[in-house]
Design a protein around this ligand. Structure first.
Ligand code: CP3
Length: 354
């Protein structure tokens, strides 16, 4: 593998000195880019795009050609694991994800297989290998997975949910069954992420998109505990370099100290978090990733720059910050806006790294 030309993202996650603040954007490959829509049309449906290593590689690289991003993220989805467990994933046109066979009973939980990542999920590993080759050492490649709790919400509800009725019913009436499910999914995630690392992912991120819907006491028991188990089970060094782990819980600002105590390298935060306070609380233990409101990309260039400068000033001097959106990019933002954002982050962060 060629040496890494830009390792600011990996260094910042490990709180090592950098010359400017690195940035990447959650869901940076996607429908806000016309070239993504063209490649997606070529592939047919979304899962076919994920299964086709060359096309998945192409859409991974597309945002890097437009913007000076400091990392690439594997093009795939968090729902590949439940799909590989046999739940039958599909994405209807203009709809969210759907599972043909949601997890509805005790026997369904007990019979769930743990996929072999180099068999049922080999298409993901092939995408990782292809992307690493094509990146040619320009920037590091991020691998990812959903958190067990977030994956379980889709598996039990059968798709996206606003109310989380079925999984909350399970949580309060059959907690042991839910624990059994989460433990199994955590084992599957450990195998999956370690396979991504062996295939070439240089850092990994766990998306806990729905951890924030849990009650205060339940978050640690039903989400964080299982992310902690994953952190403990991951390969942390590969090819003589550390493989940093980032945990992102949307709405997780209440639990920063507990998240930092898992042994992760970085915490991803949404825009409700004051990054200055977060740094004061956990900055001695972990790096922080985030956390501009993705809707800022609808604003004028001047307003985008103002918001970037505020977040940079809040984080202040020193390493340990990876700039990002607080959640995924919206599909209707102007394609010029991410350029304004990325260039402003690089330009205005330099004085904080002298
Ligand atoms: O960031 C990237 O560029 C890498 C690719 C990536 C996708 N999904 C591609 C995708 C990543 C990291 C994800 C993670 C993901 N998937 C999460 C966690 C992050 C978050 O946003 O909270 C979640 C919850 C999912 C589940 C998921 N996948 C949903 C709910 C949907 C449908 C909603 C939608 O935007 O249509 C998807 C589909 C999906 N995953 C798309 C993309 C680009 C859109 C599919 C399309 O092209 O039609």
């Amino acid at each position: 593998m060629p040496p890494l030309k830009n390792d600011r993202y990996l260094k910042a996650l490990l709180r090592e000195p950098v010359d400017y603040t690195p940035v990447w954007l959650m869901r940076q490959a996607g429908r806000y880019l016309p070239e993504y829509k063209a490649t997606r049309a070529k592939a047919g449906d979304f899962m076919s795009l994920c299964r086709h290593a060359d096309l998945a590689c192409e859409v991974t690289l597309q945002p890097l050609r437009r913007y000076a991003l400091d990392a690439a993220i594997l093009f795939s989805d968090i729902l590949t694991i439940p799909d590989a467990m046999g739940l039958g994933l599909s994405f209807g046109v203009g709809e969210g994800p759907k599972f043909a066979r949601p997890v509805e009973s005790k026997s369904a939980v007990q019979n769930l297989p743990i996929p072999d990542p180099e068999v049922e999920l080999q298409y993901v590993m092939n995408a990782v290998r292809t992307i690493r080759r094509e990146l040619n050492g320009e920037v590091p490649l991020i691998g990812f997975s959903g958190s067990p709790w977030t994956l379980a919400t889709y598996m039990v509800e059968g798709g996206s949910s606003k109310t989380f009725t079925k999984i909350k019913k399970m949580l309060y009436s059959e907690p042991q069954l839910l624990h059994q499910l989460l433990d199994k999914v955590a084992d599957a995630v450990i195998l999956y992420l370690n396979a991504q690392i062996k295939a070439g992912a240089q850092s990994v991120m766990i998306f806990d998109t729905w951890g924030g819907v849990l009650a205060h006491r339940d978050y640690v028991d039903f989400s964080l505990q299982y992310m902690h188990k994953i952190v403990d089970g991951l390969i942390r060094e590969n090819d003589g370099r550390k493989v940093p782990v980032t945990l992102f819980t949307k709405g997780g600002g209440l639990w920063l100290e507990q998240i930092a105590n898992t042994g992760c390298d970085a915490i991803g935060s949404d825009w409700t978090v004051d990054i200055a306070k977060a740094k004061a609380l956990v900055g001695h233990k972990v790096a922080l990733q985030g956390n501009i409101d993705p809707s800022v990309l609808y604003a004028s260039p001047e307003r985008i720059i103002q918001e970037v400068r505020s977040i940079l000033a809040d984080f202040g001097t020193g390493s340990g910050h990876v700039f990002n959106l607080g959640h995924g990019i919206h599909q209707d933002v102007p394609v010029e806006s991410p350029k304004v954002l990325v260039d402003a982050i690089h330009h205005y962060s330099k004085p904080y790294h002298q």
